[in-house]
Design a binder for this molecule. Structure first.
Ligand SMILES: NC(=O)c1ccc[n+]([C@@H]2O[C@H](COP(=O)([O-])OP(=O)(O)OC[C@H]3O[C@@H](n4cnc5c(N)ncnc54)[C@H](OP(=O)(O)O)[C@@H]3O)[C@@H](O)[C@H]2O)c1
Length: 262
């Protein structure tokens, strides 16, 4: 009998960055738990794609903002597999609205902050308890370079900045049990979530300011996340890795997104 498969739990893996990451982790030999909230059909399609690539996976419904549902999800995965080796906190729990501060309602601002943090809080607290027993594990949070962009989308930026700080707290705790915790902050990635915002002129604006002259594709994002979750990255924890097509390099010289959105 071979070694039992390592298990990766990926939140919000029915589409976008999460789906691409699920497929990449499947190719790397993990059994993948493809979490989703509503999209059962697309989640099953991701499972099928992983199986067609020769891997194994299962779809698992849970609203990661709901502590009870997260407890059930993590409990079920652990009962079935006896381990969770990698947790990727990716779910885009509240779509960002691209509104400047003067136009944002408090309710929308609070909803974004609350949704972003609830989705990572419950999952990482529950899974860290499992990893504590195992004395090993990798947690990767998915953030955004928007955390540093003033004037772009105030609620989204503030939520991701809070996530970046939160991730360092989890890293501090996880280190005691041999668990590493890192955060990957992406620039613009072409997914359904960003699709609405990427009119042609914004896409041109973004690619013109990327030294690589391109957006980040979900597959680029997936490979980065898989690398950060890999044991070869095991000497790093509490780190924020920016992947933005080199947008940042020119952005510092040419001015910020504020000019576009305000
Ligand atoms: N796209 C970008 O340009 C970009 C840039 C930087 C960072 N990011 C970050 O990357 C992550 C993924 O973004 P994306 O663009 O790939 O998003 P997306 O295409 O909108 O996909 C979102 C995924 O999250 C799931 N989801 C939403 N709420 C959930 C909940 N409460 N519980 C469980 N699953 C939930 C969705 O499942 P259902 O369909 O079932 O609801 C879906 O699978 C997010 O954290 C986002 O902030 C994205």
């Amino acid at each position: 009998m071979g070694q039992p498969k390592r298990v990766a739990l990926i939140s919000g893996a029915s589409r976008g960055i999460g789906a691409a990451t699920a497929r990449e982790m499947g190719r790397r030999g993990y059994h993948v738990v493809v979490n989703y909230r509503n999209s059962a059909g697309p989640a099953e399609a991701v499972v099928d794609a992983i199986e067609q690539d020769g891997g194994s996976a299962q779809a698992a419904r849970a609203d990661v903002c709901d502590g009870g549902q997260v407890a059930d999800l993590v409990g079920k995965v652990y009962a079935e597999h006896g381990r969770i080796d990698a947790l990727i906190c990716n779910a885009n729990t509240v779509n960002p609205s691209f509104l400047p501060f003067a136009e944002v309602a408090w309710e929308a601002f609070a909803e974004k902050i609350n949704g972003e943090l609830a989705g990572v809080f419950h999952l990482s607290q529950r899974v860290l308890a499992v990893m504590r027993e195992q004395r090993s594990g990798r947690i990767v949070f998915i953030s955004s370079t928007a955390a540093d962009h003033i004037g772009m989308a105030v609620a989204h930026s503030t939520a991701k900045a809070a996530l970046n700080t939160f991730s360092r707290h989890v890293a501090g705790v996880g280190a005691q049990y041999g668990v590493t915790v890192n955060t990957v902050a992406f620039g613009a990635v072409r997914t359904e979530a960003s699709g609405g915002a990427f009119q042609e002129d914004l896409e041109k604006y973004l690619t013109d300011r990327s030294v690589l002259a391109r957006l980040v594709e979900p597959e680029d994002a997936a490979r980065t996340v898989a690398l950060v979750a890999d044991d070869h990255f095991g000497a790093a924890t509490g780190q924020l890795i920016r992947v933005d097509g080199g947008f940042d390099v020119l952005d510092a010289q040419l001015g910020r997104l504020a000019g576009f959105f305000s």
